[in-house]
Design a protein around this ligand. Sequence first.
Ligand SMILES: Cc1cc2nc3c(=O)[nH]c(=O)nc-3n(C[C@H](O)[C@H](O)[C@H](O)COP(=O)(O)OP(=O)(O)OC[C@H]3O[C@@H](n4cnc5c(N)ncnc54)[C@H](O)[C@@H]3O)c2cc1C
Length: 412
Amino acid sequence: MTQYVIIGDGISGSSAAETLREEDPDAKITVITDEGEPLYNRILIKEHAKGKLPEAPISIHDEDWYEDRDIDLSLNTHVTSVDTEGKVVHTHDSGEIPYDKLLVATGGTPTQLPVENSDADGIHHFWTFEDARGIRNHADEADRGVIVGAGLLGIDFAAVCGAQGIEADYLMRGDRWWRYALSAEGAEIMHEGMRDVGVEPVFDSGVDRFEVDDDGRVTAAVDPNGDRYECDFAGVAIGLSFNTEFLRGAGIEQDNGIVVDEYMQTNVDDVYAAGDLTQFHDVLLGEQAQNGSWGSAKEQGRVAAINMAADAEEEGFQWVSSYSITHFDFPFLSFGHPTRGDEHAERKYSDTEWRRIAFKDGKIVGGVLIGDLSPQSKFKQLMREQRVVADQAEVLLEQSVDLDELAPTQEQ
Ligand SMILES: Cc1cc2nc3c(=O)[nH]c(=O)nc-3n(C[C@H](O)[C@H](O)[C@H](O)COP(=O)(O)OP(=O)(O)OC[C@H]3O[C@@H](n4cnc5c(N)ncnc54)[C@H](O)[C@@H]3O)c2cc1C
C-alpha cells in the first residue's frame, strides 16, 4: 500500500488529497497542517474581515470530510524537517511520518516590513482565518488606518477599511497601484474606487518606521519623505515568504519558491510541490513562472496527485489563472501573467472601464480587465491556443471582441 504524505491543508494540499483518494482507493493518505482548522476559503476571509460574512460559509471541509475519505488529518502539527533519503517527515511533537511519495503544499507567510516597530500591536498581516478574525475585531473599533503594499492583497486592506468605516491612507511606492501591471490610466480607476470608500492613495511613499505609544500600540507611520500618517490600524501586504524552512538540507532545488517541472515534480525523487510556493514550468509562457491564486493552486494540487498516483508523468499543468476583485462599484480581473509582457495594448472605454493586454513574442500572456470582464474567456482561449495576435490589437480592443475577425493566417 502506497503511503502519501501531504504537508499543508490549503487548497493545493486538500485538492491533492481528494484526487489521490479518487485515484488510489487503497492508499494511506496523511495531511498535515499547522493550522487549527481544516480547509477554509482563503479568498473569503477578506469578506469576514470586512464584517460581511459570518464564519460558517468560509469553512470548506470539516473533520468528517477527511474521515469519510479515510484521510488522516493532523491539525496543529508543524513539520520541522524532511529526510528525503530515509523518506520520513518530522513534526514539532517528535512525530515521524514515513512516506513513499510526498507533496509539499505549504504556501507562504506574509513578509513583515523591515522597519522599526513593524510588529507593533495594531499592525496586521493577512493570510489566515485567525488573521481575519483579528482584523475584524480591531477594525470594528479603529478610526484611522494606514495600508502598505500596492498589490492584490493590499487592496483587500483598503476594502476592509472602507467597509469598516476606517479612514485610511494607502502609502504606495511609485506613482500608482500595481504599477507592474497597470498604466497610469487604468490605475486611476482603481484610485477613484479607493477614494470612494474613504481610502486615500498616497504616491512615492511607503513606510520608513512606525511610531508606537507606551503600550506598544501603533500610532503613526512615517514615510521616507518624513511625512507622518496617524493611525490606530495598519495593514501590511508587501508579499509572501515561502514556507520552506523545514526543507533545509533536503536537497530540494529552490529559487524563490520550490522549482518543479510541469508535472509538479521537484528535483528529488518522489517529492512533489504544488500551490503558491512553486516555481513551475509554465508551458504556455515557455518559462518558469509563479502564481498566487486559488484556481491555480487547486489545479496544481490535482495535477500533482494524478502524477503521484500514476507514478509517471501522466498529466502536465497547463492553466490560465485569474484573480478578481469585487470591492468597488466596478469589477476588476487580472488573468495570466499581466506583468510578463514585452508589448502591451490598452484602451479606456469609460470612467470605470479599461482593458490592457500583455503580449510576449506576439502571444497574449496576460492582462487586466476593469469594468467589463466579458472578454476574459476569449483572451484565455487565445492564450491556450498560443496564437500570435499582437499585431491585431485593434480587434482585441474592440469593446465587444469577435475572434472571427482575427486573421486566420496568424494561427500557429
Ligand atoms: C486575504 C486573501 C485574499 C485572497 N484573494 C484571492 C482572490 O480573490 N483570488 C484568488 O485567486 N486568490 C486569492 N488569494 C490567494 C489564494 O488564497 C492563494 O493563492 C491560495 O490559497 C494558495 O493556496 P496554497 O494551498 O498554495 O497555500 P496556503 O493556502 O497558504 O496553504 C498552505 C498551508 O500550509 C500550512 N503550512 C505551512 N508551513 C507548514 C509546516 N511547516 N507544517 C505544516 N503546515 C504548514 C499553512 O499554515 C497553510 O495552512 C487570497 C489570499 C488571501 C490571504
